[in-house]
Design a protein around this ligand. Structure first.
Ligand code: PLP
Length: 488
């Protein structure tokens, strides 16, 4: 499958180094043709311009994975530089081993719910997650994914305030550009206008404050001044809303959308202090950052803070089962345990026994193979490798942590002038995306905020994969810089 860029990809869509693919000799097998036709006739892709997949433009078909690589229907191999969708943390080679655990559980008890009953796999998994978490988080409510986790955290927050005599706390604060899911409750927290506008008014009153993009903030070059400016802004938003009406602040340890936005030192400790002072609950949304992405089990441990609620999903099972949850602190759990409140929430598949068995096996593999240690030891190499691309005129900033990195693409690295509008879209989605795809790299190109390229390979990758990715990025970015220069 070769890659063709498309100018029809809407700006709302981040591109997995991109979509519709030109018909190549190798991909015209009858089996592939059949799948292409059926995909066009029956499958609705997520956040995709379906019109782009007409005659002559193929839907990219990933058919196999091994280690940190995937193979398409035409037999071409690509580096999975995005761990599927920031979720395939253990790579593509543990499916058989994890599958055995799933098969055993299916044979014993394929399903039991967590509605008023329990079963051993959910009890064992909840206990294990609590043992791995910051010391105040000792209870878990399971869900089927990230959006449900975020909504479940919101319900806990609302009911907690109500049980404590503060039912008027109905508002939340989140950050601009942040992605917290797109189901209608979670969408309220998402700070990306193009995802929200069509569905307004939002279900939950959420206001959005600045992200931690140091490269774009006027105080970003001074970590202490930056931290203070961000926290002052949040405090003035709390004051403006009325502190007694705010229920929750939600943020990711390192924000994904906008491009791996690492907060300045002390930021999360400042959020903690603000929340405590104003009686607000603090939720760490770790749908991406938990389970090793930042080199620790939870991002809160990497950055040294204790949230009241912690949402997770993707990496728990290494994406071998659709599963997520909320870690609940002792403080938040209290009214649900002493009879002041019944949690008004339930999901058929939350705590699915097969999912729990899969998660337990995935956690065994994380521990057995010291996957977190691998991430920590790769971090410096990743940083050095990616930073070496800063000599390319369109690379403005390199940032990230662990196995979670972004490059911000700019028109002028001196002035930080961004590419905007159609030019940004052309450069990212036509030029760069096409080149990276041809070179065999799946990564994310996103222009919902400033244009970025994102790299988040499986946590099992060795340092040499970052070197290979960097070489591909160099070829892609130099090509894009040249094309941008021609266009002026
Ligand atoms: C931080 C964060 N929260 C929530 C979600 C929503 O998760 P899901 O797509 O599983 O509903 C995502 C998805 O990428 C995410 O990154």
């Amino acid at each position: 499958m070769s890659k063709q860029s498309t100018t029809r990809t809407p700006r709302s869509e981040p591109s997995l180094s991109d979509h519709s693919a030109e018909r190549s000799e190798a991909s015209v097998s009858p089996a592939n043709q059949r799948l292409q036709r059926l995909a066009r006739e029956h499958l609705m892709l997520h956040f995709s311009d379906m019109a782009a997949y007409g005659e002559g433009n193929e839907v990219p078909l990933i058919v196999e994975g091994e280690g940190c690589r995937v193979t398409d229907a035409a037999g071409r191999r690509y580096i999975d530089g995005l761990s599927g969708l920031y979720c395939l943390n253990l790579g593509h080679s543990h499916g058989a081993e994890i599958g055995e655990a799933a098969a055993e559980q299916m044979a014993r008890l394929p399903f039991a719910s967590n509605w008023t009953v329990a079963h051993p796999p959910s009890i064992e998994l909840a206990t294990r997650l609590a043992e791995l978490a910051p010391s105040n988080l000792n209870r878990v409510f399971f869900t089927s994914g990230g959006s449900e986790s975020v909504e479940s955290a919101w319900k806990l927050a609302r009911q907690w305030h109500e049980a404590n005599g503060q039912p008027q706390r109905r508002k939340a604060i989140a950050r601009r550009d942040a992605y917290h899911g797109v189901t209608l409750g979670a969408l309220s927290f998402t700070g990306i206008p193009v995802c929200r506008t069509a569905f307004e008014p939002m279900a939950i009153p959420v206001t959005h404050v600045s992200s931690t993009n140091a490269y774009r903030h006027p105080r970003g070059d001074d970590p202490e001044g930056f931290r203070k400016a961000l926290l002052d802004e949040i405090e003035s938003e709390i004051e403006f809303q009325g502190p007694e009406t705010v229920a929750l602040i939600i943020a990711e340890p390192v924000q994904n959308a906008g491009g791996c936005l690492v907060p300045p030192p002390g930021y999360w400790q400042g959020l903690r202090e603000l929340c405590d002072r104003h009686g607000i609950l603090l939720c760490s949304d770790e749908v991406i950052c938990a389970f090793g992405r930042l080199g620790e089990w939870y991002g809160a441990q990497r950055l040294g803070y204790q949230p009241d609620l912690l949402t997770f999903a993707k990496g728990l099972t290494g994406a071998h089962f659709a599963m997520g949850g909320v870690m609940i602190s002792d403080k938040v759990a209290a009214p649900f345990l002493d009879g002041r409140a019944d949690y008004l929430n339930g999901l058929t598949f939350g705590g699915h026994p097969v999912g729990c068995a899969v998660a337990m096996k995935a956690l065994d593999i994380y521990e057995r193979d010291d996957v977190l240690g691998n991430v920590r030891s790769n971090e410096k190499v990743a940083e050095q490798q990616l930073a070496s691309l800063c000599d390319i005129p369109i690379v403005g900033d390199v940032r990230g942590m662990g196995h979670f990195w972004a490059l911000e693409i700019v028109r002028d690295a001196e002035t930080r002038e961004p590419f905007e509008g159609e030019v940004a879209e052309w450069l990212l989605k036509d030029v760069l995306s096409e080149k990276l795809w041809e070179e065999g790299l799946v990564c994310r190109l996103d222009d919902r905020a400033e244009p970025i390229v994102q790299i988040a390979p499986p946590l099992t990758a060795g340092p040499e994969l970052f070197e290979e990715i960097t070489q591909i990025l160099r070829r892609g970015l130099e090509h894009a810089a040249e094309r941008a220069g021609e266009r002026g």
